[in-house]
Ligand binder design. Sequence first.
Ligand code: ATP
Length: 377
Amino acid sequence: TRTVPREAAKPLIEFRDVHKYYGDYHALRGITATIREGEFFSLLGPSGCGKTTLLRTIAGFEDISSGVVLIDGKDMAHVPANVRPTNMVFQSYAIFPHLTVAENVGFGLRRDPRSRAEKAQAVADALKMVGLEGYGNRAAHALSGGQRQRVALARALILKPKVLLLDEPLSALDRKMREQMQVELIKLQRQVGITFVLVTHDQEEALVMSDRIAVMFEGQIAQLDEPETLYARPNSRRVANFIGVMNFLPARVLAETAAGVEIEAPGLGRVEIPMTNVSRVDAGDSGPSVGFRPEAVSIGTPEVTGTQTRVTEGVIDEVVYYGDMTYYDVRLDGSDAFGQEVRPVRIAMRNVFGRDVLGVGTRTKVTWSPGSLVLFR
Ligand code: ATP
């Protein structure tokens, strides 16, 4: 978790019921959201959900069909892209290969009235910021993918935008480089304090980098929350499935109180789900279900048990070993409670040196607590 003052920060970008049509195609369907000053904000969703379109409405590269986009309280309706306090870093970080690194970074300062020496200093500062100190005289075409990405960032940052817009900036990099750049981008964002808005279809990337994430499907925001909330309390099965893995069991609602909802589910028995963990089902879901993440449940008897801890048993049906983790698919006792057998549940256990990985067919205890369950109803 990051330490940006969240609620205290003032709104910087506001979308009010924004719609966008491409001809007959309804690409943005009523976007209402606020991005706060200084936050690292991500637009996350599958291909075609409208995240790039929404980003482009901030930059002014895309006219909206109806609604309002405000930046710093000002309606952007008639404000052209080139005078907005925004700057965009593209997927295919378009740098000029025939120019030097310094010329690339200083490109946006062509009409800046400052002296040559002052501009050179600004370029040097920007290069330092992205970890390319001393690279100014290199030919841009001779850089690696990661270095080009940094040049593109420096070129955007030198213009001191209020908002930096990043459209899948890391997608062209290999996994190692991408992970490294993720960490660097977070550090950079904290250092410069500029609001970053990132478009990504990679849920892990969004979780790692963001103060808040808007999950988008089909032109709408399905959920806007901090990473931890999105992960632990997704507001629908669809969001739960998009962000990581979640087990679902069919549930029967027995009673409802102010504190929670009492349900019965195969393998879990009767349990009261706290009201904070009650989400909605989407059209297409077949009735209420209870969900939990693979690491929210553990195998064996835990050393520490709270008053809420529940222990059940099951048989290991499948084992997938990952080195640091093992996934166990476990058929919980009583999993045929509703007349039909439900699928084994997936449980993730961190591997510990000296502790054996359990084999298929092993009977084991399974420990969980109601607070780690989410009810979709
Ligand atoms: P991706 O990750 O694939 O880029 P995205 O979520 O960013 O997806 P957008 O690029 O915003 O999606 O596009 C949203 C929808 O609008 C898509 O169905 C796309 O085909 C359509 N679209 C985007 N730009 C245009 C355009 N200029 N003309 C017509 N349709 C468009």
